[in-house]
Design a protein around this ligand. Structure first.
Ligand code: ASP
Length: 290
């Protein structure tokens, strides 16, 4: 058997954040459902890019998470979402920023991948979604009561995968930071900041204070470090600098050989992983459970 030799690996996350006791079960369940969706694609010989999109769509549809339905509200009380998807095969990127009233920002990002542009934002992004036949919705359909009540929840969802052909992909989706300025762009839309994928090295997706992640260009740093020190240590080193810029966060990564790593310095980080060696998968809300 050639390139991937039947080896596949998948990691999904539901955000670096504080998870209240009554939200823990929902976070576990949501991550496991996303894991199952991605695993179905990979075990059938599907592509990493299809697997990460499938996993993130599940998380976007689940109001437990700050992405798609259940996204945080801006300072003006609206939902503006950012999402991105990247293929390690050819470094193709599709990303949307500050997009309103679409059900699955990740699938709009996916539709942009074949185009020359890597990122479209604002009203242009929604027009692009409409032109391509993506699922539009009423903005109110994405709002859940808890986001109206507590302007506190922030997080991002993400997925990384290695398929049996040896290809890697990364995906992210977020409602951003609650109370943010309208028009704010999250790191989750920016390659080298909130995510990256390169078949020659690995793939990763991050969650955390986007401004700090972007200023430190954390994903590009993780990619630089991963071949030498492995996915987990490569996440830990730059993420450890976040508190100096007033933030915290977490990340998931897969090296090209299928090694999976995850790390966080937020109170919790909802993560689930599976691989050809451990197809049933596992879910955690914190490194202390590992
Ligand atoms: N990275 C996201 C943002 O800055 C938020 C998060 O992951 O907590 O919008």
């Amino acid at each position: 058997m050639m390139p991937g030799q039947g080896r596949w690996a998948l990691a999904v996350h539901g955000g670096a954040k504080l998870i209240a006791p009554d939200a823990r079960e929902g976070n576990r369940r949501g991550c496991l459902a996303a894991l199952a969706a991605g695993r179905t694609v990979l075990t059938r010989g599907g592509s990493a890019i299809d697997a990460v999109e499938a996993a993130v769509r599940i998380l976007e549809a689940d109001p437990t998470f700050n992405a798609g339905k259940g996204s945080a509200l801006t300072g003006e009380g609206e939902i503006e979402m950012c999402a991105a998807i990247m293929s390690g095969v050819d470094l193709a990127v599709g990303a949307v920023g500050v997009i309103k009233a679409v059900r699955h920002p990740i699938s709009v990002a996916r539709l942009l991948m074949p185009e020359d542009e890597i990122l479209v934002a604002g009203p242009g992004a929604r027009r692009f979604a409409a032109e391509k036949g993506a699922e539009l919705c009423d903005p109110e359909e994405l709002v859940v009561e808890k986001q109206r009540r507590e302007l506190a929840e922030h997080d991002t969802v993400g997925a990384v995968a290695l398929d049996t052909a040896g290809n890697l992909a990364a995906a992210t989706s977020t409602g951003g930071l609650p109370g943010a300025k309208p028009g704010r762009m999250a790191d989750s839309a920016l390659p080298g900041c909130g995510y990256y994928a390169d078949n020659a090295i690995g793939a990763l997706a991050l969650s955390g204070k986007g401004e700090a992640i972007a200023r430190l260009a954390i994903s590009s740093e993780v990619i630089r470090l991963m071949p030498e020190i492995g996915p987990e240590a490569a996440l830990e080193r730059p993420l450890s600098k976040l508190p100096h810029l007033g933030g915290d966060g977490g990340g998931i990564a897969i090296r090209k050989d299928g090694a999976i790593g995850w790390w966080h310095n937020s109170p919790h980080f909802a993560v689930a992983t599976a691989s050809a060696a451990q197809p049933a998968g596992r879910v955690w809300l914190n490194k202390d459970e590992a």
